[in-house]
Design a protein around this ligand. Sequence first.
Ligand SMILES: [Zn+2]
Length: 443
Amino acid sequence: MDRADDYIEFSKATPTPFHAVREITQRLERDGFLPIEPNGAWSFRGGERHYVIAPDQRTVIAFAVGHKAPSEAGFRILGSHTDAPDLRLKLNPVSEGCSVTRLHTQIHGGVLYRTWLDRPLDLGGMIYHLKRDSDGRVQDDPETGLPALERHLVRANKPIAFIPELAIHLDRKVNSEGKINPEEQLVAVLGSGEQDPLLAQLSELLGHDLRTASGFDLHLFPFQDPVRVGVDGSIILGPRHDDLAMCWASCEALRASVQQCPDSDRTRVGYFVDAEEVGSMTSSGAKSSFLRHTLLRITRQHAAYGESGHQAEAAFQASLVVSADMAHAQHPNHPTKHATSHAPQINHGITIKTNANERYASTGETSALFRGLCEKAGVAFQEFVTRQDMGCGSTIGPIVAAGLGARTVDVGIPMWGMHSTFESCGVDDLNDAVLVFTQHYSS
Ligand SMILES: [Zn+2]
């Protein structure tokens, strides 16, 4: 199995941010990373490896503690996002009509509507049940005093729904004008007939009763595995490359780095964060205090902190953040969407993303630093600047840079079809990403 096959396995296991956090932490545990509680007492020595999951279970920060306090040696941070544009169930999702039961959805992020039609869809996420005593009264959690909850990570693992397309005979203008109204037309068919037996079957597949759930965060996602395509198998077509491909590469780089170099002076951090697709303003998103507070706590609890004589905040000035999110490759059928001098190609190397309006955090200095890492790792790099007559996307890089005051570079591997249900990226680029990210941790 080569690295791309490992990525395919990772992709199959990470359809939602909750599943991504579980898969990433399970992989890290194989290399000695241990869980710590966000509200527990922390105390670190150099060489320890831990991860802390945010209370909402959608973001995780993993770190290999360096021998020097971060206030002295800084952090090496690698950030990527666990969410992808998708369809999530509304709070009261079920209706009946035209002899079928339907699931009503709400949109997360910049969904490319048409790519969701006529695909088998799986369902998964988190279901919450209030704990009750034998008389049915809600119990309190003895630690928090809040109502006690049971949380269940679920997945049907079957094509339980789909969203049918309209026949071209009923809309002759569909190819030229075919707009999709997401309220009315991104409603999924759960099955034939009335809802009661269908919801019972779905609950059985999930292992928990949806009908009695106190709350849920449930996502629809394609029930199709990523595949290598092209006669040479050089491209992977699959869901959620943006940004699970960079989550995978970051996780594998952190693992490779601690295997190759178990003891480092610097503290290596993997930041896998939710909600990038919707602006990062959540309790664990990049605009939250979760990263900054976690890093300050690591610094203050470090055994060498008292000796260093530094302020904890000094750790950020000595740090470098690599923000890893996918980039747009020049499209063979739409080549003019890129400026020819800034047109990343698939399987030609990782891309440094720059924008003079600071939609990306890269500067001349951090780009040069990243080029140095690429050179040391022996991998190619490319450069992306958007056409000046087009808008520019953004990512967590500027948010993290501003929140920490740390130098940051925005990079990613090039891909086609960003936000389609099936996106494409290059096998060689996946490999290069792991190599240069490992270099970032190890240099
Ligand atoms: Zn992204």
